[in-house]
Write a protein that binds this ligand. Structure first.
Ligand SMILES: Nc1ncnc2c1ncn2[C@@H]1O[C@H](COP(=O)(O)OP(=O)(O)O)[C@@H](O)[C@H]1O
Ligand SMILES: [Mg+2]
Length: 327
C-alpha cells in the first residue's frame, strides 16, 4: 500500500511518567507513530511495556499519578493535549472511544443493557426516546445480539456477549478511532476469535480506524495493516504486517513472534523470551533489551538505539537488526 493516506492520529515524542512510592516510573519514552484514516493499527509488547499508558494518553484518561512530560498528540490535526473540557467531551465517544479488557464487568448490573446503550447515545445527542430505543436495537444487531435482548440485564448474558455490548457502546456515536486495549484477553480462545472477526467486519462496514492493543503478536498478524512493537516504554519496531510475515527486524519482535501459538495456521513450538521487562524506575543505559537479547554486542550499551528506517514504512530500533536472506 504505497498511496499516501490521511493521518488521523499523530503521536510525537510522547513521554509519560508515573510518580510512585518507589520513585518516578518512566513508562513511555520518546514514542512516535501515526495512524491513518481507516487503518487497523496494532500495538504489541509484553505486559508493562507502556501500551495502556499510550492508549490512556490519547484518550486523556491518565490517572492522577501520571504526567505527560513531553511530546504531542494530534487528532485530525488538533492538539488533544490542549483540548478544553467541552472539546474533550466531544472527542471522547464521538471522535474516539475505547474498549478495555475488563469492560464487560463495568456494565451497571442493575440497569438493562438497552438503557445503558441509550444513555450512551442520549448523553451526546438529543433524540426522542423512541428513536434512541431503535438505535440501541440497531447497535445490538451490529454486534450479533438479538434485539429482543434489549431488556436483558448484564448477568443474563455471557462474558463474550457482555464484551460485545461494550463494543456496541463504543461504536454508538460512530467514532473515527476505536481503541481496543486487550479487549478479549479475559475470554476463551473461540469467543476471542469470534469477537475479533466481528470487529474486523464492523471496521470494514463503518470505516473507523482501530488502535488494537495486545501482547499476542501472532493474533495481530491476522488482522492489522501495520503493527508497532513496544519494549520497556520505547518503540522497538513499526512495520506493515507483510514485512513481519517475512521476518522481524528487531530481536524482540522475533522473540514475540515465537512466544505464542497462532490461533489459526500451523502450531509452532512455544519458545519464550528469557527474562523480563526491566524496572522503569532506574532503566539501565543503552538498549533496554540488552539483557535478554541473543544478538547483543558491546556497542548496544552506548545509548538507546534510535528508530531508523529499514524499509518502506518500516522502522526498527536496533544496532544489529536481523536481516532477511539476500539483504
Ligand atoms: N498508576 C501507576 N503508577 C505507577 N506506575 C505505573 C502505573 N500504571 C502503570 N505503571 C507502570 O508503567 C509501566 C507501563 O505500564 P502499562 O502502560 O500499564 O503497560 P502495558 O499496558 O504495556 O502492560 C509499567 O512499568 C507499569 O508498572
Ligand atoms: Mg495494558
Amino acid at each position: 500500500m504505497a498511496e499516501k493516506r490521511e493521518v488521523l492520529l499523530s503521536v510525537k515524542d510522547l513521554n509519560v511518567r508515573y510518580t510512585a512510592d518507589r520513585g518516578q516510573v518512566q513508562a513511555v519514552t520518546d514514542v512516535n507513530f501515526e495512524i491513518h484514516r481507516g487503518e487497523f493499527f496494532g500495538l504489541a509488547g509484553e505486559s508493562g511495556c507502556g501500551k495502556s499508558t499510550v492508549a490512556f494518553s490519547i484518550m486523556q484518561l491518565l490517572k492522577g499519578a501520571a504526567h505527560i512530560s513531553g511530546g504531542s498528540i494530534e487528532f485530525a490535526g488538533k492538539n488533544v493535549l490542549a483540548f478544553t473540557k467541552e472539546e474533550l467531551r466531544t472527542f471522547r465517544w464521538e471522535k474516539s472511544s475505547m474498549v478495555l479488557q475488563s469492560a464487560m464487568n463495568n456494565l451497571n448490573p442493575v440497569v438493562t443493557i438497552g438503557s445503558q446503550l441509550m444513555d450512551a447515545i442520549l448523553a451526546h445527542e438529543a433524540l426522542p426516546k423512541k428513536e434512541a430505543v431503535q438505535r440501541a436495537k440497531e447497535l445490538l444487531k451490529l454486534v450479533n445480539i438479538d434485539e429482543n435482548r434489549i431488556k436483558a440485564y448484564p448477568h443474563e448474558l455471557s462474558g463474550g456477549m457482555r464484551q460485545r455490548v461494550v463494543i456496541a457502546m463504543a461504536l454508538a456515536l460512530k467514532p473515527d478511532l476505536v481503541i481496543f486495549d486487550e479487549p478479549t484477553t479475559a475470554l476463551d480462545v473461540v469467543v476471542q476469535y469470534n469477537i475479533i472477526r466481528r470487529i474486523q467486519e464492523l471496521k470494514a462496514k463503518m470505516g473507523f480506524s482501530v488502535l488494537f492493543i495486545t501482547h499476542d503478536l501472532p493474533l495481530m498478524l491476522e488482522m492489522c495493516d501495520r503493527i508497532a512493537i513496544m519494549y520497556a516504554g520505547r518503540m522497538a519496531e513499526i512495520a506493515p504486517v507483510g514485512d513481519l510475515l517475512e521476518g522481524a527486524s528487531h530481536p524482540y519482535t522475533s522473540g514475540l513472534l515465537q512466544a505464542f501459538p497462532s490461533l489459526v495456521g500451523p502450531r509452532k513450538p512455544l519458545k519464550g523470551i528469557m527474562g523480563s521487562v526491566p524496572d522503569l524506575i532506574t532503566p539501565p543505559p543503552g538498549c533496554l533489551f540488552y539483557d535478554r537479547c541473543a544478538y547483543r554486542q558491546k556497542d548496544c550499551l552506548s545509548a538507546p538505539p534510535p528508530l531508523e528506517a529499514v524499509g518502506e514504512n518500516h522502522t526498527c530500533a536496533c544496532y544489529h537488526r536481523l536481516k532477511k536472506e539476500g539483504e
